[in-house]
Design a protein around this ligand. Structure first.
Ligand code: NAP
Length: 284
């Protein structure tokens, strides 16, 4: 039986720590603030934005929502981001992705001040992660690292396989494991012999976006399996990239979906917002 890594509990602990940090900052006259920008009416984006606002309220972070219609032009969106860059009571800016068709995400991300880029998507922050001298870590991979730490998983010297090479999850995930001296392999849709490569992993991270993609025969007995996926099964029910039922008996530790990586992402966003507030107050 694998140890179930409880993302809800770890996330609650991170948020409790964040709340204490906010209280300490407030005592010094610093009120962290996060602006969340949502364009259009994508229902999943709306749920994410509501959850982010709720977490801010719980922790004591000031939050502002900017909900723009899907007809918003690139110029209008960039203008808003520039105004938020200058806004003194806003330390973090998050533009909820994906943006509606016709808007250029890359340009929007590059317009966010790197010191307010709490998603850590700006090329300057991505570069900083690469050299290991960063202000912010992207929330989902950072959440995975926190889960591994909570479960006392040794990374140094161990074989780590990440399935997926997106800029948001796969690539930064691999980099964070490398920073901890894991021996890291990144797999993607063109990888040959995926099953064999995955079976070498002491730590296997799935960020593919295909329901139950990782099957028991892809997992080395005793491996730690982290499921980043947030997919829908044939009945429309939330599930992960890992066939949990059949993989769990093979693994030594595993994250469930829901209740694994998912709750960590927002907790890490709260930490990044606090970090942004500290950084901007140091710079003044
Ligand atoms: P993405 O941008 O679609 O990337 C998926 C990756 O999987 C790509 O690199 C792709 O390879 C690879 N892939 C696709 N089919 C494959 C196959 N047959 N064999 C091997 N690799 C394959 O997705 P993402 O944004 O990284 O998200 C991945 C999953 O994580 C999704 O389920 C998403 O919902 C979830 N997610 C969860 C959170 C959270 O908070 N828990 C946050 C972000 C994302 P190529 O590059 O070759 O196409």
């Amino acid at each position: 039986m694998a140890k179930i890594i409880d993302g809800k509990a770890v996330s609650a602990a991170v948020r409790a720590g964040a709340k204490q940090e906010v209280e300490a900052l407030k005592a010094q006259g610093i009120q962290p603030g996060l602006a969340v920008v949502i364009v259009g009416d994508d229902p999943a984006s709306r749920v994410y934005v509501n959850n982010k606002k709720k977490a801010c309220a719980e922790i004591g972070i000031h939050s502002e929502e900017y909900a723009l219609p899907k007809e918003t032009t690139q110029e209008e969106l960039l203008d808003l981001v520039c105004r938020l860059n200058d806004k003194k009571d806003i330390n973090g800016i998050l533009v909820q992705l994906p943006l509606p068709k016709g808007l250029d995400e890359k340009e929007v991300i590059e317009t966010i001040s790197p010191l307010k880029d709490v998603d850590a998507f700006h090329p300057q922050n991505v570069g900083r992660i690469m050299i290991g001298d960063y202000h912010f870590l992207p929330c989902t991979p950072a959440g995975v690292m926190e889960l591994l730490k909570s479960a006392d998983v040794e990374i140094c010297g161990r074989d780590c396989v990440v399935i997926g090479r997106s800029n948001i999850v796969g690539k930064p995930m691999a980099m964070l494991l490398l920073h901890q001296s894991g021996t890291v392999t990144i797999c993607h849709s063109k990888t040959q012999n995926l099953k064999e490569v995955c079976r070498r992993a002491d730590i296997l991270v799935a960020a593919v976006g295909i329901p139950k993609f990782v099957t028991a025969d892809m997992v080395k007995p005793g491996a730690v399996v982290i499921d980043v996926g947030m997919d829908r099964d044939e009945n429309g029910k939330l599930c992960g990239d890992v066939d949990f039922q059949n993989v769990e008996p093979v693994a030594s530790a595993i994250t469930p979906v829901p209740g694994g990586v998912g709750p960590m992402t927002i907790a890490m966003l709260m930490k990044n917002t606090i970090r942004a507030a500290k950084l901007q107050n140091e710079k003044r």
